[in-house]
Ligand binder design. Structure first.
Ligand code: ZN
Length: 475
């Protein structure tokens, strides 16, 4: 759930920010408010009295801190806000939230949500607890090491916050229909496939707002996504550069950063000098190994007048550690929880739509409106243009799909319709099909029988739904 983002790009976007879309955003919000209102009405109609569900564990004044925001108007409330007791009941009894991730951000977020009155929280996390998590993932104790994060976090919150129901969920076992009809807000995961389009027009009642948060060291971001309406993660994929792998030429001949020196030792010197014997792999957890890499990196750095190579940095580069800072997690989780509260209650105007936080040096934060991409592969229905020569090989198309900055696919499966039949041109994920379709990669598009204007459907793990492309032959 860690997101890298490029501050320079973000700044550029900020400069481009226009006010014209403000009105539009309010309109979108009003649609969501309407959806919520309908749901409360439905609930009231179908309400089965089962002995005052939800009130059992409430004591006098328990939700006063929340009522202050919901039962009186104020200078920051939404223009259409009408104080009432309904919103609180909605939080307590109806609003269902899915939280993806019970790690550093997840622990904070679950606590924040539970104490804000949300009681129907589903949590998903496939990870187990590691001893190194305990310094910041405060729902876990030494006895929990090795147990599933989601399970321990759910138990902890349920024990601590009376009446709260944190459920475990394996996202892949989710019944899409129940989820779809009952879920109110989703945190930290794209779930665009749940949108319903009718003749290419989005059905606003199918929108499940998504709040996304990420941290990296002292930097973090939070964003509000109304899928299909405001910029989704794919719309702004260019803000997240691919994982940094330093170019070999830089490492080998022109190091400029301390990291380059460590990479030089790790990638080139270790296999050459075999300091701990033939075939001994570099172990990031072995202090003797790290010490050797550190010393050699210092030598390398001195050669190029680079300073700042430290033991910690060496270990960080070797183990590819992304530092986690508890306070950053707390700030970002709080921002996410606040946005959930604002959207669920419709009492306040939510973030529009991207917040950046940075306290590396002082404290800096700003928000900007990330704009939707007209031809976004995830949230629009428009086929994207692919420009290739008829003599281009299918391999080139595959390379384009994986290397293009706005696509960044992992193992795209390409299918098309030829003579009225579905044909798989290439598919990697099933070994037998991969073998059968591999020869296609070295064929030209023309040889494969593809024509100008041909539609290609591409499925990939990085997008929840199949992406359509239109092949345009260039001559
Ligand atoms: Zn999009």
């Amino acid at each position: 759930m860690v997101h890298k983002y490029d501050t320079d790009c973000a700044l550029l976007l900020k400069k481009k920010k226009k006010k014209k879309k403000k009105k539009n955003f309010f309109f979108l919000l009003s649609l969501f408010r309407e959806k919520k209102r309908r749901r409360i009405e439905e609930l009231n109609e179908n309400m089965v009295v089962d002995g005052g569900n939800g009130d059992r564990s409430d004591w006098q004044g328990r939700w006063d801190h929340v009522k202050k925001f919901l039962e009186r108007a104020g200078p920051f409330t939404h223009p259409d806000f009408e104080p009432s007791t309904e919103s609180l009941q909605f939080l307590l009894d109806t609003c269902k939230i899915l939280v993806i991730g019970a790690g550093g951000l997840g622990c904070e977020l679950l606590k924040d949500l539970a104490l804000s009155g949300f009681r129907h929280i589903h949590v998903v996390d496939m990870d187990t607890i590691d001893i190194s998590n305990l310094n910041r993932q405060f729902l876990f104790r030494p006895k929990d090491v090795g147990r599933p994060k989601a399970e321990v976090a759910a138990d902890f919150v349920n024990d601590r916050v009376l009446g709260c129901n944190v459920h475990l969920n394996k996202v892949f076992l989710f019944c899409e229909k129940c989820l779809y009809s009952s879920l109110c807000i989703l945190i930290c995961l794209t779930q665009l496939s749940l949108l319903i389009y009718e003749d290419g027009v989005l059905d606003p009642s199918s929108i499940i707002p998504l709040i996304d948060g990420g941290t990296e060291g002292f930097k973090g971001n939070a964003r509000v996504i109304l899928p299909g309406m405001t910029a989704c993660i794919d719309c702004t994929l260019e803000l997240y550069p691919p994982q940094i792998n330093f170019p070999m030429c830089t490492i080998a001949s022109m190091p400029r950063l301390p990291e380059h020196c460590v990479e030089y030792v790790r990638m080139l010197l270790w296999p050459k000098e075999k300091p701990f014997g033939d075939g001994v792999a570099l172990d990031g957890d072995d202090p003797k190994h790290i010490q050797w890499v550190y010393q050699k990196s210092l030598d390398r750095a001195a050669e190029f007048s680079i300073t700042e190579v430290t033991y910690r940095l060496t270990q960080g580069v070797v183990k590819r550690i992304i530092p986690a800072v508890a306070s950053t997690n707390a700030v970002i989780a709080a921002a996410c929880a606040t946005e959930v509260f604002k959207i669920a209650t419709s009492a306040y105007v939510p973030l529009n739509n991207y917040l950046v936080f940075n306290d590396v040096d002082g404290l800096y934060t700003y928000t900007f409106e990330a704009e939707r991409k007209e031809n976004c592969s995830a949230c629009s229905q428009v086929p994207q243009d692919l420009q290739f020569l008829p003599s281009a090989k299918l391999q080139e198309v595959l390379d384009y799909l994986t290397e293009n900055a706005s696509l960044q696919m992992k193992s795209p499966a390409i299918t098309t319709t030829l003579d009225g039949k579905n044909k798989t041109l290439y598919l990697q994920t099933v070994a037998s099909i991969e073998e059968r379709t591999r020869p296609n990669l070295s064929k030209t598009l023309k040889e494969l029988g593809l024509v100008d204007g041909q539609e290609l459907a591409v499925a990939d793990v990085t997008t929840p739904q199949t992406v359509l492309f239109k092949l345009n032959f260039i001559s």
